[in-house]
Unconditional design. Structure first.
Length: 459
């Protein structure tokens, strides 16, 4: 294989998360330009041309980069508020503040959210942004710019809401769009930013917010728009018992049946949360290959419940992990969700058989890539796939006495990231970002959080 430059990583444990869960206790991996060229047990092949770097990864575990499947970046500047609320009360408390966001705030918040994830092993991120107050600037462009600067692979789920307070919705009226404006702006965002190529760094999905903030017509026409443009669809679904009650009262059916009636089940769809699902709902998702973004920390923070992840997986539903917005998961780190997914699901009916360490790692890598429609390109370490990968240091005090590195990664403390590569380019070294200034981002997010708080307090 011709390559302009190669990076050789050796002397490491490797969890490939391929179809056979292939692992190497002492192996190597070769990056050729932007892709994984080869990997295996022992030393790398001799005589490789154009090797620009060799990494002795003794004491490390190499895994695919983590894939985040649900987030709301703008919430980075409203962390720590409404900490003792359920979902609906939390939304009522925070929407008046969120309705005051503008482009500088969203850009700063996106940088903070992305930086926190990237330094913790995320190589593919997504943002479901659905708050577009009138006159707030180019919010989608600001988010995509922040992702480009951070260096992660990125999907913008261009959200929308058209049910404000006057229509019985929760958000203030000036923070929602009309049906026609939402559809037109979403189409423009797709046409301007979506890249359908194998190695795309930026993609766009169509993403009306939720059944209780979006009209049926926006749901239906949003699905038609996405399929006409050939992009994926994303929304919130079955998050709380209150949402289920709302759907029965307003639409005469549960959330899954409502989604089905509006064209929102299919292999090009993924939904966040999916906590309150019965056997029929799970069967519908499995039959249509509709994906799920599991957000265990946020579900616990908002007392939403425990999603039936073991049952979803057993039925063949694609499931990935999500941070969710950092107003409901203040840490903003996906690698902690590996552990939380495992532990919280063991509180459910399957108990200790709910999930194991390797299933949790798969949720955070290959499962996430499936949900985002990118499993052919990333999510596992295989020749020909994109070089999105992480070197976790496992020989420090926190993990050194745990013999199995995958168990150490999932069950143990958050592991240090020695190196993270996206598209073959290193973006993290020894836990610090190489692409952006973390300290400057911290200052900027603090300033924008204070500015937003002052504006919200005046209104």
């Amino acid at each position: 294989m011709a390559a302009d430059r190669r990076t050789v990583i050796e002397n490491c444990a490797i969890a490939t998360v391929d179809a056979h869960d292939t692992e190497y206790t002492d192996g190597y991996l070769v990056i050729a330009d932007h892709r994984v060229e080869s990997l295996g047990a022992g030393r790398a092949p001799e005589g490789l041309a154009n090797v620009v770097r060799r990494i002795d990864a003794t004491g490390h575990l190499v895994t695919p980069g983590l894939v985040n499947t649900h987030h709301h970046f703008y919430q980075w500047i409203t962390r720590g508020l409404a900490t003792d609320h359920n979902l609906f009360d939390w939304l009522v408390a925070l929407y008046p503040t969120w309705a005051r966001i503008d482009e500088p705030m969203v850009y700063a918040a996106a940088r903070g959210s992305l930086a926190m994830m990237a330094r913790g092993g995320v190589t593919t991120a997504m943002d479901h942004h659905y708050v577009y107050p009138r006159g707030s600037g180019d919010l989608s462009g600001a988010i995509i710019r922040a992702a480009h600067e951070t260096g992660v692979r990125f999907t913008l789920a261009r959200g929308s809401m058209d049910r404000g307070e006057k229509d019985g919705g929760l958000p203030p009226d000036f923070a929602v769009e009309t049906l026609d404006d939402a559809l037109a702006a979403t189409e423009e965002t797709v046409r301007r930013y979506h890249d359908a190529s194998f190695d795309a760094m930026t993609q766009v999905a169509v993403a009306p917010c939720s059944p209780f903030s979006v009209s049926t017509e926006l749901m239906r026409q949003g699905a038609e728009l996405a399929r006409r443009l050939g992009v994926r669809l994303h929304t919130h679904g079955s998050e709380t018992v209150e949402e289920e009650k709302f759907c029965h009262e307003r639409f005469g059916r549960g959330p899954t049946d409502y989604f089905d009636s509006t064209g929102w089940l299919g292999e090009d769809v993924w939904m966040a949360h999916c906590v309150h699902m019965n056997d029929s709902d799970i069967a519908a998702f499995a039959r249509t290959r509709t994906g799920v973004a599991h957000c265990p920390s946020s579900n616990a923070r908002l007392a939403a419940g425990i999603a039936r992840v073991p049952d979803l997986l057993a039925a063949g539903v694609p499931v990935g992990l999500g941070v969710d917005g950092t107003a409901s998961n203040e840490s903003g780190e996906l690698h902690t969700e590996l552990r939380n997914a495992l532990l919280i699901n063991r509180l459910g009916p399957h108990k200790e058989a709910a999930l194991n360490a390797r299933q949790a790692l798969r949720l955070g890598t290959y499962g996430g890539a499936q949900v985002l429609g990118r499993a052919a390109e990333t999510g596992s370490l295989e020749p020909g796939k994109l070089a999105d990968l992480v070197l976790w240091r496992m020989d420090t005090l926190a993990h050194a006495s745990i013999a199995d590195p995958v168990t150490a990664l999932v069950f143990g403390a958050a592991a240090p990231v020695t190196a993270s590569f996206v598209h073959g380019e290193q973006i993290v070294a020894d836990g610090r970002l190489l692409t952006v200034d973390e300290d400057e981002i911290a200052r900027a997010t603090r300033a924008e959080a204070r500015r937003l708080a002052r504006i919200a307090a005046r209104d």
